[in-house]
Design a protein around this ligand. Structure first.
Ligand code: HEC
Length: 127
């Protein structure tokens, strides 16, 4: 049994801060995305705007890495678009939470979940 994708996550420690470059879309990274997404969704329904917003900001940064990965990889325009869409929804979620508009935040969270599925349908390899 061979793995389709070798998991590699390169950390570069620079001047005290950690800069991470995604060299593969690895399972742990995606698992983190899912954990944060689930937590964010539940915090939106609990109307914990501050926590949910910090999670939206974190996810937005993670999808920036995903987007950069697919830009570098090339020949993956739709994956780049889904990463961008994810970021757009996450920015919308942050803004909605700032305004304490929990309905709008949860609507964007539903749209976000659809982009997860859309990308997985094409790009997620089966073990
Ligand atoms: C732009 C493409 C893309 C988007 C958007 C995306 N993913 Fe993924 N995801 C992948 C790929 C590729 C894999 C397969 C990685 C692998 O198996 O090595 C994956 C795998 C996963 C896995 C399985 C990890 C495992 O242990 O097998 C989970 C969970 C996951 N993604 C959650 C999410 C969630 C939640 C979202 C949305 C908030 C999301 N992903 C959005 C590309 C994407």
């Amino acid at each position: 049994m061979s793995k389709f994708l070798v998991s590699l996550f390169v950390y570069l420690a620079l001047t005290g801060s950690v800069v991470a470059a995604l060299t593969e879309i690895e399972e742990d990274f995606m698992q983190d995305i899912e954990d944060i997404q689930k937590s964010m969704t539940s915090n939106i329904s609990l109307q914990d705007a501050a926590t949910a917003k910090s999670e939206a900001v974190e996810l937005e940064a993670m999808f920036k890495d995903v987007e950069e990965f697919y830009v570098k990889k090339g020949d993956a325009a739709d994956a780049v678009d889904w990463s961008k869409e994810s970021r757009t929804y996450l920015v919308a979620i942050s803004k909605a939470l700032e305004a304490k508009n929990f309905d709008a935040a949860s609507q964007s969270a539903v749209s976000l979940a659809k982009t997860c599925k859309a990308c997985h349908k094409i790009y997620k390899s089966k073990d």
